[in-house]
Design a protein around this ligand. Structure first.
Ligand SMILES: N[C@H](CCC[C@H](N)C(=O)O)C(=O)O
Length: 276
């Protein structure tokens, strides 16, 4: 079968987007791995699927697969690309667009500069719901890894994130500590690992070792989790800019129980068909 797709990216976090409303295909993890392979396939960090909604109060179902084939709960950069995709393909005229993900319902709004404003929902802070093994909920936790103790934040944006502060992201141990923490035993579903350098109360730098992928040029849900961590630690105001290797995201969070709002670009690179 020839499967039509659109190659897109959000700040260099790249995606293959597949519309399974006008196409019929029973996507399996091994298909995802083949498509995501940068040598033998199309190549992407995540594969995003557009499906018809399973409930009347949303416009679409949005499914997310990491390059390794695992289906996950949320992808922030992907959400912005999802909005541009369904708009450009004329699958909806709604704005905002409501979509259901495995991590909850999110709202996507395309502005006049074609940036996308995503209501990512409220962060999940209860350890059991992240999931993260801890005796009680706290702003920070001590995590023992590789013979050292790290002070971390544990936050879910629908998908799990652990955030640690570094002095300079350029020298952060992303490649060495990232995979160790990704697979840490206190995260039963593994975890995305954010390395955050706070520059001032309205700006931080971030690198993310993503669960199921490795380091990406940007991580939208990771930027939201780092924003929450920074505000909780008293280091960031309620509006801040995240500087990622692939570019900048504008973030806003008014505090516990409120949604994190993320605004940024979404880019279409090319259209294609892949034999699968
Ligand atoms: N690797 C993530 C999914 C993609 C998140 C990221 N690409 C984003 O923009 O939020 C996970 O396993 O939860």
């Amino acid at each position: 079968m020839l499967l039509k797709f659109t190659k897109m990216h959000g700040l260099g976090n790249d995606f293959v987007v597949v519309d399974l409303i006008t196409q019929r295909f029973n996507l399996k993890p091994h298909h995802v791995r083949k498509i995501a392979d940068r040598n033998f396939g199309v190549g992407c960090d995540q594969l995003l699927v557009v499906e018809a909604p399973s409930r009347p109060d949303v416009d679409f179902r949005y499914r997310i697969f990491n390059a390794e084939g695992s289906e996950v709960e949320q992808c922030g950069n992907g959400a912005r690309c999802f909005a541009r995709f369904v708009r450009d393909k004329k699958l909806t005229g709604n704005n905002p667009i409501r979509v259901e993900t495995a991590g909850g319902i999110i709202s996507l709004e395309i502005d006049e500069q074609k940036r996308v404003r995503v209501d990512m929902g409220a962060p999940i802070l209860e350890p059991d719901a992240i999931p993260f093994i801890a005796d009680a909920r706290a702003t920070t936790y001590t995590l023992e890894a590789d013979g050292r103790d790290y002070t971390v934040s544990a936050i879910s944006m629908g998908n799990p994130h652990v955030v640690l502060q570094v002095d300079d992201t350029r020298y952060a141990p992303v490649a060495t500590l990232g995979p160790i923490l990704e697979a840490h035993g206190r995260f039963p579903k593994r975890v995305n690992v954010g390395f955050m350098q706070v520059l001032d109360r309205q700006r931080f730098r971030l690198r993310v070792f993503e669960r199921g992928v490795g380091e990406t040029l940007a991580c939208g849900s990771g930027a939201c989790a780092a924003m929450v961590a920074g505000v909780q630690r008293g280091l960031l105001d309620s509006n801040a800019t995240a500087e990622l290797n692939g570019g900048e995201l504008i973030l806003s969070w008014q505090g516990e129980g409120h949604p994190v709002i993320m605004t940024g670009p979404a880019t279409t690179v090319f259209e294609g068909q892949v034999r699968i």
